[in-house]
Structures are given as C-alpha cells and as structure tokens.
Design a protein around this ligand. Structure first.
Ligand code: ZN
Length: 117
C-alpha cells in the first residue's frame, strides 16, 4: 500500500466517514419524519437501522483518527529531498506530505544499490 501521503489520505477518508455517518443518520430521521414518503414514515425499525449504521460510521471514524494519531507518532521523520520539508514516512514507502514525492526507506531502493554489480 502506498500511503504522510498515506496519513493524509486516511485522514480524508476518516473525515468522509463522519459526513457519511451524519448523512445516514439524517436520512433515518428524515424517513421517520415522512420526508421520504409515507411508506417509511413512522417506521421505527428503519430509523433505528439508519441511526445505528450512521453511529457506527462516526465511531469507526473516531477509532480511525485515534489509530492515525498512534501511527503518526511512530512514523519515521525524514527530510524530503524534493522540497526540503520534514515529512513522515509510514511503512517502507510513502509519498511526501507536501509535494507527493515518492520516498522509500527500503535499502533496495537506495541509489548505490541500483548498480547491478
Ligand atoms: Zn516533498
């Protein structure tokens, strides 16, 4: 997986999950209130279902944020050779947070090892 590149993308995903969760919960409420047609109106089972799904999305996102925080503190800090800023590398390969330069900690990717001697 190629992902602070990775961290940024997961953060966006976690943020998206919050919005999805809120929207799903709102749909549940709207259905119960009769905004989506009389067929769903006052249907407590559908509303409960949507509320639970929405709640799980928000909770999942919260857990993801916590996990990202932990991963972020463990990530290797490096100077990006491309833009000179300090970025974080998650795993062996990652993108620079600022310029999307692909960075690698894998010795096999080091320039001196590229010669097949
Ligand atoms: Zn950079």
């Amino acid at each position: 997986m190629l992902f602070s590149g990775k961290l940024n993308k997961l953060r966006t995903l976690a943020l998206g999950m919050v919005f999805i969760g809120v929207i799903v919960m709102y749909i549940g409420y709207a259905a119960f209130a009769g905004f989506l047609g009389s067929w769903f109106a006052s249907n407590a089972i559908i509303m409960t279902f949507f509320l639970i799904v929405g709640f799980l999305c928000v909770m999942g996102s919260t857990v993801m944020y916590m996990w990202l925080g932990i991963v972020s503190t463990k990530a290797t800090q490096v100077y990006c050779p491309s833009c000179g800023k300090v970025t974080k590398v998650v795993g062996m390969k990652d993108e620079c947070m600022f310029c999307k330069q692909l960075l690698s900690l894998d010795p096999a990717d080091a320039p001196e090892n590229r010669h097949h001697t």
